[in-house]
Ligand binder design. Structure first.
Ligand SMILES: C[S@@+](CC[C@H](N)C(=O)[O-])C[C@H]1O[C@@H](n2cnc3c(N)ncnc32)[C@H](O)[C@@H]1O
Length: 249
């Protein structure tokens, strides 16, 4: 039987903070929360907590799961460049959709991205960029395979589509490989507060914390070491109280 190739269609959407995102027909989902906004979601759920956790570290290795429109990567660069003492940041990011990456050269990004337009163009054309402070590598490998090639990662921006449509990037097996790729002081940032996803992480000895701010919905941070700044979520207690909640396999 022949194999049918179904073309992914995208619809441009303006989110509530004024920044653009896309709706994907393949995943039947938007790339960002419309209500939180693409910029705010990226900053408040991923970049601020990650950079704050590592404020004293001058060299960071970040795994951006997955590149998509690149908001997490591009806003990390912009935030780093605002600092008096920018860090050396390496970003590793898998993305299966090469056509999407190629199209980013003409994507309508927020106006603050104009200062890094040359970086956006180079990534869209070469899947690679490097300067004094930043090294960005976008890989077209499946994220599940790509993460096995990495080590000593400080930050994971866990920003796949949700677990009902992008299940392979939220499983116990996947987080086992994330555990191997990350160092002892690493942080995983993610928008989801799903108990099943948190169980997939905690099955791999990640400690689960919840963060809240006035700009976006609640989200999750996961660490290997105990933290005292965030609200701890006791997953053993969750399991006892909610017997139907299960890690994802
Ligand atoms: C929610 S979007 C990422 C949004 C992105 N962080 C941003 O700021 O625009 C999820 C992305 O994961 C990609 N993806 C899904 N499954 C993948 C896999 N197994 N390996 C690599 N990329 C994958 C999709 O093509 C999509 O671009």
């Amino acid at each position: 039987m022949g194999k049918w190739l179904i073309k992914v269609e995208y619809k441009k959407i303006i989110t509530d903070d004024g920044s653009h995102t896309l709706f994907s027909s393949k995943y039947n989902q938007t790339y960002h929360s419309i209500k939180d906004g693409a910029i705010k979601e990226s900053l408040y759920k991923h970049i601020y907590p990650a950079l704050n956790h590592h404020k004293d570290k001058q060299h960071l290795r970040i795994l951006d799961i997955c590149f998509g429109l690149g908001y997490n990567t591009f806003l990390t660069i912009l935030e780093n460049l605002k600092s008096d003492n920018p860090k050396r940041i390496e970003i590793f990011s898998p993305e299966l959709d090469i056509d999407l990456i190629r199209s980013l050269e003409t994507f309508e990004y927020p106006k603050e991205f104009e200062s890094i337009k040359d970086i956006i163009v180079q990534i869209a054309r070469n899947l690679y960029y490097e300067d004094e402070y930043h090294k960005i590598e976008v890989s077209t490998m499946d994220a599940r395979e790509y993460i096995k090639t990495l080590e000593n990662i400080d930050v994971v921006y866990q920003d796949a589509f949700s677990s009902d449509v992008n299940k392979e990037l939220w499983t116990v097996e996947y987080f086992s490989n994330i555990n191997k790729a990350t160092n002892e002081d690493s942080v995983i940032t993610t928008y989801t507060i799903s108990t099943n996803v948190r169980l997939s992480m905690s099955e791999n000895k990640f400690l689960i914390y919840q963060i809240e701010n006035s700009e976006t919905k609640k989200s999750t941070l996961a660490f290997k070491k105990t933290q005292n700044k965030y609200k701890f979520i006791d997953m053993e207690l969750k399991k006892l109280r909610n017997q139907t909640a299960k890690p994802i396999y």
